[in-house]
Design a protein around this ligand. Structure first.
Ligand code: GMT
Length: 379
């Protein structure tokens, strides 16, 4: 198949999933064309079968807001025509589903078909999409898609209820390449951990885009309690609006030397295995890809019982779940787990086992391919 993929290219779960999907599809022999305003950040090399088409967005004095969605629609139609795409797969409904709809109509007028699949990721439904200014057009884009998938059952329900969408939504969960995201051999791990911690110190990790929904200051608060009880370090990967609030909090709590903000990183699969626990105290999380990536590396997450997270983490078995804001409970639960080496080891193994069993790229990517085939068969 020749598949066009559109996503947000910057740091964020939906762009990661879209990019990893494209890479996996190309490895299966499909031709993948990324169409976006800049190259997706995880698309570092360019393996065979992967192409990137930039969307030029011209600005004129008349435009206070350059119309990216129109430029994108135009580029989608061009790429589909020149590269003979079979279908488009857009990740994150706003504005991508609407741009794809326009591209499909542009090609229809020329007697050519371009079905498109929309994958819903989270805030496109739970936050941005609920904004009255965007809701009707987002709903229209979803409703008019040739196929719709969501990354968790929770998100599917939210879309059906909050958007009153009547078309079927297939749940295809997020996935991880368990050969890339995997535990590190012990000697290599001990050596690599020295970058962040002394040999006797534990390493807590957080990975996100530091948006308010991630509650990064809770990460620091949980860590502060852990660090009071045991020798530990906190490594925060990523960047975003709440980074400075978290930095100030770490400073005010006297944790400067124990907390490291290492910013955006391309090779998170080399960092996650160095952690003992992942901290993900989010307010909302339709899936929690960062926790899955950590689990594949045998790193359980201390997370919140929100959205699609319970579909990923089984409390007490593959990680720990708490209500939003239960900072004391999260710290106490983490400490209790870390002190019980046998239970901790068991959870580490269970986390990787479940990542491999339920969320392995090989199995999930097959589901996408089957879904594409069913869309093409009906169009
Ligand atoms: O979490 C974010 O702020 C980014 C957002 C996105 O769309 O890039 O993430 C959403 O999609 C991820 C990949 O499917 C999910 O793992 C995240 O749970 C989801 N975020 C939220 O629902 C807040």
């Amino acid at each position: 198949m020749r598949i066009g993929i559109t996503c947000y290219p910057t740091y964020g779960g939906s762009g990661v999933v879209a990019t990893e999907l494209g890479i996996e599809l190309a490895a299966l022999g499909h031709e993948v064309h990324f169409i976006s305003y800049s190259q997706p950040f995880r698309l570092t090399g360019r393996s065979e079968g992967i192409f990137y088409h930039e969307v030029p967005v011209s600005s004129y004095p008349l435009f206070e807001f350059p119309p990216y969605d129109l430029a994108l629609a135009s580029r989608m139609a061009e790429v589909a025509e020149f590269c003979n795409l079979d279908l488009l797969h857009v990740h994150y409904a706003i504005p991508h589903a609407v741009s794809a709809l326009l591209a499909r109509q542009m090609l229809e007028a020329r007697g050519r078909k371009l079905p498109f699949v929309t994958t819903l990721h989270g805030t496109d439904i739970t936050l941005v999409g609920l904004d009255r200014g965007y809701l009707p057009i987002t709903r229209f884009g979803i409703q008019e898609s040739d196929g719709v998938t969501s990354i968790s059952s929770y998100l599917r329900e939210r879309t059906l209820v909050d958007f009153n969408v009547t078309r079927p939504i297939e749940v295809i969960p997020n996935f991880v390449n368990c050969d890339v995201y995997q535990p590190m051999p012990e000697e290599e791990r001990s050596q690599a951990r020295l970058r962040f911690a002394a040999p006797d110190e534990l390493v807590m990790m957080h990975l996100s885009n530091f948006r308010p929904v991630k509650r990064v200051t809770d990460v620091v608060k949980v860590f502060a309690q852990i660090a009071r009880a045991v020798p530990a370090r906190l490594v925060l990967i990523g960047d975003g609006p709440d980074r400075s609030a978290a930095e100030w909090l770490a400073h005010d709590l006297g944790l400067n030397t124990r907390v490291q903000f290492i910013g955006k990183q391309d090779q998170v699969h080399k960092l996650l295995p160095l952690a003992d626990l992942m901290l993900m105290p989010s307010e909302q999380e339709s899936f929690g890809l960062a926790a899955l990536e950590a689990m594949a590396c045998s790193v359980p997450a201390v997370a919140t019982n929100v959205g699609g997270v319970p579909e990923l983490i089984d409390h007490g078995v593959t990680g720990l779940l708490y209500e939003v804001g239960e900072v004391d409970e999260m710290a106490a639960g983490a400490l209790e787990l870390l002190r019980d080496r046998a239970r901790f080891e068991e959870m580490r193994l269970a986390a990787r086992r479940i990542a491999k069993k339920k969320f392995c790229a090989n199995d999930i990517v097959k589901k996408y391919v089957e879904f594409y085939e069913s869309i093409l068969a009906n169009n």
